[in-house]
Design a protein around this ligand. Structure first.
Ligand code: GDP
Length: 365
């Protein structure tokens, strides 16, 4: 499954945030395996649609879909030169599908930041520079070889060289590969290069508790938000310490606490949702049996592939997908009314599943 890796300089609040994730995950009664790998934190994806579906098509229980965060050991300057921990750090990032880049945006005299002051922009650039240098190193290693082969008019090499010629100067200029535009064929080539700066990123400013209700008014968050915007990336303002406290509360206390803070959603919930969309993930539902359940799929997947997420037999013997959108079920209020309105669709092999679809798969065994 796809995972997002939490990355950042020392003392910015990564462990605090990861603890919040692990604590929230520990609440999940259905997932005793959540603690098997200490570097992986599993959380439920909050989704209000589940309760509504269960109200209209009652079942014995509700099962949320889950999402994994990976804690990536601290970066050290010089990582791109492969010094000690550095190499491992880059290897770990290579294995995640998206980067959650945490920067310090809280002032606290007791806690020393690496740079001595609170400077989120400097934090971001320190790490991004290491990632850019590591990518440049991989590109340079390939470049001469590909260029030689391209001289023989080898089609693949010519296409790759074109991509490398676009990436190399950008990296030399300090730009991440994700900020470049590629057509579909080129994007495939880029994917095959496994570059660190090609991964989607979400910048998380670890802000002071007082800024939680309105991150946009926080001077440090503003800097992070504007930087992200220039890169076409997203940013979030979260108070890691407060999230760790919230994660220990039960649902009612959590609601009260958030109301007192003046926010409607916890930062962790926002982080989960933002990471989910960063990875191109979406949710479909099954209902009507013993359980009302949410499942994760990758946007763009067709019905048989999505059926295979539930069980490989469903994919192998796929016949069709009886589908209703959440919006229609919500609007018509019952499956019978949905049917009468002609809103229950029988979808075939080529159907591209949409976020919010409620599906019953028909298959041969
Ligand atoms: P890491 O090295 O990035 O994993 O950072 P830690 O999570 O260990 O945090 C470093 C220090 O900053 C710890 O003493 C935390 O208690 C403290 N800290 C983390 N988040 C916050 C925060 O939001 N506000 C304040 N005041 N302190 C925090």
């Amino acid at each position: 499954s796809l995972t997002a890796g939490i990355v950042g300089l020392p003392n910015v609040g990564k462990s605090t945030l990861f603890n919040a994730i692990t604590k929230a995950g520990a609440e999940m009664a259905n997932y005793p395996f959540a603690t098997i790998d200490p570097n992986v934190g599993m959380v439920e994806v909050p989704d209000k649609r589940l309760a509504r579906i269960d109200e209209l098509i009652p079942a014995k229980k509700i099962i949320h879909t889950t999402f994994e965060f990976t804690d990536i050991a601290g970066i050290v300057k010089g990582a791109s030169k492969g010094e000690g921990l550095g190499n491992k750090f880059l290897e770990n990032i290579r294995q995640v599908d998206a980067i959650i880049h945490v920067v310090r945006a809280f002032a606290d005299d007791e806690i020393t930041s690496v740079t001595g002051t609170v400077d989120p922009l400097d934090d971001i650039e320190t790490i991004n520079l290491e990632l850019v240098l590591a990518d440049l190193d991989s590109i340079n290693k390939r470049y001469e070889r590909v260029k030689k082969v391209a001289r023989t008019r080898d089609k693949e090499a010519v296409a790759e060289l074109e991509v490398l010629d676009k990436i190399k100067p950008a990296l030399e200029d300090g730009q991440p590969v994700r900020s470049l535009e590629f057509d579909e064929d080129q994007a495939k080539i880029v994917k095959g290069l496994f570059l660190l700066t090609a991964k989607p990123v979400l910048y998380v400013a670890n802000i002071a508790e007082e800024s939680m209700a309105d991150p946009d008014s926080d001077q440090y968050y503003q800097v992070v938000r504007d930087y992200a915007q220039k890169e076409g990336a997203q940013a979030l303002g979260i108070s890691a310490k407060t999230e760790e406290e919230i994660a220990e509360l039960d649902d009612d206390d959590k609601k009260d606490f958030l109301a007192a803070e003046g926010v409607s959603e916890s930062g962790l919930d926002r982080l989960i949702q933002a990471s989910y969309s960063l990875l191109g993930l979406a949710t479909f539902f099954t209902a009507g049996g013993k359980e009302t359940r949410a499942w994760t799929f990758k946007r763009g997947m067709k019905a048989p592939q999505v059926a295979g997420i539930i069980h490989s037999d469903f994919e192998r013997g796929f016949i069709r997908a009886e589908t209703v959108s959440f919006a229609d079920l919500d609007h018509y209020g019952s499956m019978q009314a949905v049917r009468e309105a002609g809103r229950l669709r029988s979808e075939g092999k080529e159907y591209v599943v949409q976020d919010g679809d409620i599906i019953e798969f028909r298959f041969n065994v």
